[in-house]
Design a protein around this ligand. Structure first.
Ligand code: NAD
Length: 473
């Protein structure tokens, strides 16, 4: 944990004008070298083991999940930066209207300056390094505050940063609410926050005091719509995978499912079978599976357990799962039917391995339900009917949409990733992140003539007539 004086010292060091300018004017080569050093560090076998050990201690993540959901996406984003940064850093020339004859215009991408990154615990390595890579690529200094809940991963992050960077470039402040609150008082140029909508509001309020720029990558209830025109077995398998990856603690996991009434029984059977095929291959019980994670801490375990108990008390039926071992923070993949809107499971982001299923008759029922809920991070449409897909796309608002697949919106760095209002503000990934961490400075340069003189007083009516004429064209 870091005390107030230390936080101030690091901020002052990073925000010194000479430091900001030297990072802002750093070359493509210098930025690339820093990013490559992260790649070399995390690709090293011994360091990979340290990362995997930490994630096992924090979330019981298997090494395979560490590779697929922490290391690979980080390396993919590094690849994206290395491939494109030279182009992104270039001045971008834009056309000029006729009223600006004799001038040229371009956008100069310059660093915002001092960036604060606050990251969550669910993918603690990826969600710390992912924004960091882009903040460095844009020529900024960074203070990174990882989550106090994934303590082992936070220590690894601190070690990576201390090994690779000078404090004036990137520093890690470990800590919880107290440290975050101190950091949020400082006049950062931009704050990039990944976490819950509840804390997102606190961050936005604090940012307003300094008019800092903000990006909020939040959560919410991302639904999956199954309209019955696709293969229910394949769909149930996809949903079972997405809902149980990292024990359901994924911001873009399908939070709840909407199914046609007539597909419910089939769906339940295939969901159950898929869970067994994933995590109970040797018939020793899911708790014994080395591929199934755990709830991160007791507070979150109690929260999810209370959501489940509330649903059952109000009439939900556990179709499969429901086994818990509170000492081990284990909850088996749980499918609930007979779910209603008054249950907590339909009011809060679940962020655990429970899938409530709601049945619908007409497509318009789905839209009616969504209109009562905040816009989610993602909507998943499982359908082979083009008309239905278009209907659901055109009548809903969400950060992203995945058709006949789940959770892939975050994987493609060419797509903007992020939410809408309650699920987030601003977009990340590839060029979107580079722009987010940059000030897009509009520059106009005079090349020839002095045509602006024509509008100086005393006014000549003919010139203004000409204006009227050219804006009509
Ligand atoms: P959280 O909001 O509780 O915490 C996130 C960070 O904020 C942590 O570093 C924490 O220390 C800090 N924090 C907590 N309380 C604070 C306060 N009062 N003031 C200032 N800082 C504070 O979120 P979490 O539990 O770590 O993560 C789960 C949430 O994050 C879920 O809602 C999930 O959907 C969301 N999430 C979103 C994305 C995304 O990319 N959109 C990715 C992962 C997680």
């Amino acid at each position: 944990m870091t005390n107030k004086t230390e936080i101030k010292r690091i901020f002052n060091l990073q925000s010194k004008a000479s430091n900001v300018l030297s990072l802002r004017n750093s070359s493509y080569k210098e930025r690339v070298e820093k990013i490559k050093s992260i790649r070399t560090f995390i690709s090293n076998d011994a360091n990979h083991k340290k990362i995997a050990d930490a994630l096992y201690k924090d979330l019981k993540k298997s090494n395979e999940e560490v590779i697929s959901t922490e290391i690979t996406p980080t390396l993919l984003n590094i690849k994206q930066v290395l491939k494109n940064l030279k182009q992104w850093m270039k001045d971008e020339h834009v056309p000029s209207p006729l009223t600006m004859v004799g001038t040229s215009s371009y956008i100069k991408y310059e660093s915002k300056g001092n960036i604060l990154l606050i990251s969550p615990w669910n993918y603690p390595i990826f969600l710390s390094l992912y924004p960091l890579i882009y903040a460095i690529a844009s020529g900024n200094s960074v203070i990174l505050k990882p989550s106090e809940i994934s303590t082992h991963s936070s220590k690894v992050i601190k070690n990576i940063i201390q090994t690779l960077f000078k404090e004036n470039e990137v520093a890690v402040i470990e800590g919880s609410v107290e440290e975050s609150t101190e950091l949020l008082k400082l006049p950062f140029n931009h704050i990039h926050f990944t976490g819950s909508p509840r804390v997102g509001k606190i961050v936005m309020e604090a940012a307003a005091k300094n008019l800092s720029g903000i990006t909020l990558e939040l959560g919410g209830k991302s639904p999956v719509i199954v309209d019955g025109t696709g293969n229910i077995k394949n769909i149930a398998q996809k949903i079972a995978w997405a809902k149980t990856l990292n024990c359901g603690q994924t911001c873009i996991a399908p939070d709840f499912a909407l199914l046609k009434k007539e597909n419910l029984q089939d769906f339940i059977t295939h969901f159950k079978n898929s869970v067994a095929q994933f995590y109970n291959v040797s018939n020793q019980g899911i708790e014994k599976s080395s591929d199934y994670g755990r709830i991160v801490d007791d507070i979150n375990f109690k929260r999810i357990d209370a959501i489940l108990k509330d649903a059952v008390k109000k009439g939900a039926k556990i179709e499969t799962g429901g086994e818990i071992n509170s000492k081990e923070k284990f909850m088996s993949p749980t499918l609930l039917s007979n779910v209603s809107q008054d249950m907590l499971v339909m009011q809060e982001e679940i962020f655990g391995p429970i899938l409530p299923v709601i049945t619908f008759e007409n497509n318009s029922d789905v839209i009616e339900l969504f209109q009562k809920m905040p816009s989610p991070l993602a909507i998943y449409i499982m359908s082979s009917n083009k008309k239905n897909i278009k209907y659901f796309m055109d009548n809903t608002v969400s950060g992203g949409v995945c058709i006949n697949e789940l959770m892939l919106t975050v994987v493609n760095p060419n797509l903007p990733f992020g939410g809408v209002n309650n699920s987030g503000i601003g977009k990340s990934g590839g060029k979107h992140s580079f722009n987010d961490f940059s000030n897009e400075k509009g520059v106009v340069k005079k090349n020839f003539g002095n045509f602006l003189k024509l509008v100086y007083p005393p006014f000549k009516k003919s010139i203004f007539k000409y204006f009227k004429h050219i804006v009509k064209i």
